[in-house]
Design a protein around this ligand. Sequence first.
Ligand code: HPA
Length: 278
Amino acid sequence: MQKFISLQQIDELTTTIKKQISIQPMAGIILGSGLNGLADSVSDAVTIAYSDLPNFPVSTVHGHVGRFVIGMLEDKPVLVMQGRIHYYEGYTMGETTLPVRIMQRLHIPSLIVTNAAGGVNPDFSPGDVMLITDQLNLMGMSGLNPLMGPNLDELGPRFPDMSQPYDRALCDLTRKVAKEDKIALQEGVYAGLSGPSFESPADLRFLRLIGVDAVGMSTVPEVIVARHGGMRALGLSGISNKANLDGSTITTHEEVIEAGKVITPKIEKIIRGVLRGL
Ligand code: HPA
């Protein structure tokens, strides 16, 4: 039987973090592959390495630093995850989404989640930023929902509504910010797969057929947990590569990291604008 995360575990970690910070973050920000740079812009920062937290999963992926950075961005108190935990690293769904539970117990009302994704929509190009308007929980459909196991009633309901995974008001604010900053913003549906292998051409044609615009290996479980816990979510995908629907090109992690360099300044601008508008 899978071991599930307990409320006590979550609260011990929350208390450990709380003791080290003196601000009340108003947004939790998860940085995806190649997008770590934003954390360096946080001022008056307290950093807490995941490896210094007891029983906390450590991100093993190249391009993920592995620490919380808590401080100010655009004069707003934020908690940034510099490096996220992926299911494919071998952690459980509970461990993968544990940071979001900690955010919830820190009473952080909003989650801003970013990721690197493959562009399945043929109109998308590497370097684009996509506002996630909805998500396809393909992992959950095959039994990998982070809410499986005993429901922790203190954290949320057994059967949470998922009619608005991404907060409409936050999406509107993001559109406004992007327009003001003259950043072209794509929009669409993000599909979360477990990875770590990239998709085959047949996988990608299937995803296109079912209405997917971007595909990646994260985000969906985190947003489900955030919504379960009553947090509002905003999602931004950095399109790092074009989906290879006919098998004519290959996709590499290096490409993902490289594209992050073009995407990071745009996502940073958007997040700064959103924070100002919060
Ligand atoms: N597929 C899945 N995840 C990804 C991709 C991709 O093409 N690019 C970046 N993350």
